[in-house]
Design a protein around this ligand. Structure first.
Ligand code: TRP
Length: 331
């Protein structure tokens, strides 16, 4: 009798174990690995840094590439038809979320689906680009992170470094919504501050050299907004500007590294990290419709010392100190 009881007990334990094992397996097959499609407009250092940041932000929130999240990364090489086919590809593969890096990429994704969540990776003006109903209450399947630069502090910095400046030039691509939005805001600021601003537009990198040549003979300094085309061809602009010793003040840190003189910049990598974190929250069930757009407000002092030397410009002591303690110094 005793023996029989222990046999039954062993049997029950065995059955219990197989039951636990089975339910575990079921849970594992049910929790399928989510797919995130990332669509990047083109390669330039800022967008590449944002892409890297996104992967980091997802990992910080527990989504590790190749383990429990699948990333389908597509680079559209600045081509409108690529944007369209790549967005369709994400929809076809039933992505759980899609991230657009730069405005045209985000617009292509938003056009491709009205139910898959779309996360904006550093979009300057989500409302102006018709991506959301409002920045505080996006309303549909789209939300994300804005890279709106601190234009006023940037203008103040230019004035600090160039106290005798007479004319400031601004160069941007007429078809770039992000850059055009900033041009309008920057122009309004210059008017308020009584700074004479002269605008130069390009259609593509093909006319950058020619327009830059003309600009450097007419202005004392150059401001560049977050313009995807200029960001991908900074060397062209910088070498032309250097030949006339005209400093370039870009909107972001990566463009200072590429030959700009100084700026108060939102860290591009950090923008990506925030985008990745927001995507993770959405994968866990957060609704984009009532997730406000995230704005990074604080700019970090970023300077390029070898440029200062080339241009023969002495940066104010306080600027250098701030960059050394709270910002970034490129040598
Ligand atoms: N804000 C740009 C857009 O909406 C993308 C962008 C982010 C960018 N960081 C940048 C462009 C830096 C140029 C430089 O399209």
């Amino acid at each position: 009798m005793k023996r029989m009881y222990s046999l039954i007990a062993i049997l029950l334990i065995f059955l219990g174990f197989t039951y636990i094992k089975d339910t575990h397996q079921q849970a594992a097959t049910k929790a399928k690995v989510p797919t995130v499609g990332i669509l990047q407009l083109l390669s330039h250092p800022a967008l590449d840094a944002i892409h890297k940041g996104i992967i980091h932000g997802l990992a910080e929130e527990g989504y590790h590439v190749g383990k429990n999240v699948k990333i389908d990364f597509q680079n559209a090489q600045n081509d409108q038809s690529n944007l369209k086919t790549m967005s369709a590809r994400f929809v076809n593969e039933n992505a759980d979320a899609m991230i657009g890096i730069a405005t045209p990429a985000a617009q292509a994704l938003a056009n491709a689906s009205s139910n898959i969540p779309v996360v904006l990776g550093a979009i300057t003006d989500p409302k102006g680009a018709d991506l959301v109903k409002s920045n505080t209450h996006p309303g549909n399947n789209v939300t994300g992170v804005s890279d709106q630069a601190p234009l006023k502090s940037q203008l103040k910095l230019i004035q600090r470094i160039m106290p005798n400046m007479k004319t400031l030039g601004i160069i941007y691509t007429s078809s770039d919504d992000s850059a055009t939005a900033q041009y309008h805001q920057f122009a309004a600021l210059c008017k308020e501050e009584h700074v004479k601003l002269k605008a130069y537009t390009i259609a593509s990198t093909n006319d950058l050299n020619q327009v830059a040549e003309q600009m450097v003979s007419q202005v004392d300094a150059i401001y560049v907004p977050t313009d995807n085309t200029v960001a991908s061809a900074m060397q062209t602009l910088v070498s032309t500007a250097n030949s006339k010793k005209v400093p370039v003040f870009p909107a972001v840190d990566t463009m200072v590294k590429a030959g700009g003189l100084a700026t108060l910049s939102i860290n591009q990598y950090k923008l990506g990290v925030e985008t990745g974190k927001m995507t993770a929250a959405i994968l866990k069930g957060k609704n984009p419709a009532d997730t406000p757009i995230h704005f990074e407000r604080q700019g970090e002092m970023t300077i390029n010392l070898s440029q200062a030397k080339k241009l023969g410009i002495t940066l104010p002591e306080s600027v250098v100190k701030e960059a050394k303690t709270h910002g970034e110094v490129f040598k």
